[in-house]
Design a protein around this ligand. Structure first.
Ligand code: NAD
Length: 356
């Protein structure tokens, strides 16, 4: 199986190497025979090829069967016309990875930021919304009208709204059968009006699933007040991006937050957090998010290709991560522990081997 790793910027190379170490243990146990390719993106690619996502890197990513994307420092990239493309947005858009699936759950042995125990998954639409690099056929959704006037456009389509709602309801059918749609239709009457219309149509086809709607600002309060009531949240791009950071931090730490970007037959593991330049190069970043995302990726690929061994391997990765995090002596500093990035990954790899 061809696995492409795109390390990215900041802590990206460190947490990617840690994830590779864990994947090696998975491969030793399950015998998949992973063939790795490392694909240059971000500042290293900008220096070498004049772009943070050169065409050669995109083509190599497209050829892979499994994609693992490290975080990128796109806040510091130059303008698009000077080579500063956001690899994360570009890959999601060009590979049509329309569903960003972001679980957030408390763990019994790990302190959370709320007294409650909860287990939710956010389905975030990934290909349009307020994201300037995903709105237009050519150009971007931001316009500089005069030196002092700027405009950002938000694109919401029936096609994208219906397919994220379908993915969310399919996810809920495998869980506790409840979907909460988060919107701002009171202000964004047309765009969130269309989004809600599509979600309601999909809800009507799933009478077994409990359906709820919340306005995004109130949703933040409800998430903090009663996180245990949420099962699946379905929302547009930017709201999902923001709500998922809130949900993961409530569960313990943003450093734990796994996610997968899924399309039809192709998916990409990606940590929820950014490139953390403040701690880059120190070997102290928590790699749990990218390791967990890679576990989700294997599980997703297994379900998609009807390969029970891949599903089992993905679950083994996630279970090893949980077992490692349960022991206060094997946590990284963001969780009050003392382990560095590599030492933590070695513990997860050992837990995989020991369970085999
Ligand atoms: P960030 O998520 O990188 O960091 C926020 C805080 O969380 C920092 O204090 C950081 O040290 C900490 N943190 C994040 N990940 C951690 C980990 N794995 N282990 C321990 N601590 C961790 O957010 P930011 O500082 O706002 O953004 C930094 C850069 O990342 C920016 O250039 C931004 O554009 C980019 N970014 C990229 C992605 C992505 O690639 N998917 C997502 C968000 C932000």
């Amino acid at each position: 199986m061809k696995v492409a790793i795109l390390p990215g910027d900041g802590i990206g190379p460190e947490i990617s190497a840690a994830t590779r170490l864990v994947l090696d243990a998975v491969d030793d146990r399950f015998g998949f025979g992973f063939a790795y390719t490392e694909i240059g993106i971000g500042f290293t690619a900008l220096e070498e090829h004049g772009s943070t996502l050169p065409d050669s890197s995109f083509e190599a990513a497209r050829a892979a069967e499994a994609l693992i994307l490290g975080p990128v420092s796109h806040l510091d990239y130059p303008a698009r016309e000077k080579g500063g493309l956001n690899p994360s947005g570009e890959l999601r858009k060009r590979l049509d990875l329309f569903a960003n699936i972001r679980p957030a759950a408390t763990r019994p042995d790990l302190p959370s930021r709320t007294g409650a125990s909860f287990d939710m998954v956010i389905y975030r639409e990934n290909t349009e919304g307020f994201y300037a690099d995903r709105c237009m056929y050519t150009g971007t959704g931001e316009v500089h009208v005069t030196a002092d006037v700027t405009i950002a456009m938000r694109r919401i389509t029936r096609h994208a709204s219906t397919r994220i709602a379908e993915a969310a309801f399919a996810g809920a059918m495998q869980r506790r059968k409840k979907v909460t749609v988060v919107h701002k239709q009171n202000v964004l009457k047309l765009t969130d009006g269309l989004f809600l219309e599509c979600c309601r149509e999909v809800a009507a086809r799933h009478p077994d699933v409990e359906y709820e709607e919340l306005i995004v600002d109130a949703a933040c309060a409800h998430l903090v007040r009663r996180p245990e009531d949420f099962d699946v949240i379905c929302t547009t791009n930017m709201f999902g991006d923001i709500l998922s950071d809130l949900a993961s931090e409530l569960s313990g730490s943003l450093g734990l937050a796994a996610s997968v970007n899924a399309g039809d037959g192709v998916a990409m593991a990606q940590a929820q957090h950014g490139s953390a330049p403040d701690i880059a190069g120190q070997g102290i970043a928590n790699p749990a998010s990218l390791i967990g995302s890679t576990g989700m990726l294997l599980e997703w690929m297994g379900a998609n290709r009807k390969r029970a061994d891949l599903v089992e391997a993905g679950r083994a990765m996630l279970a090893a991560l949980d077992r490692t995090l349960a022991d206060p002596a094997s946590r990284t500093r963001d969780l009050g522990g003392t382990l560095g990035t590599e030492a933590f990954a070695r513990q997860v790899a050992k837990a995989i081997t020991d369970a085999g």
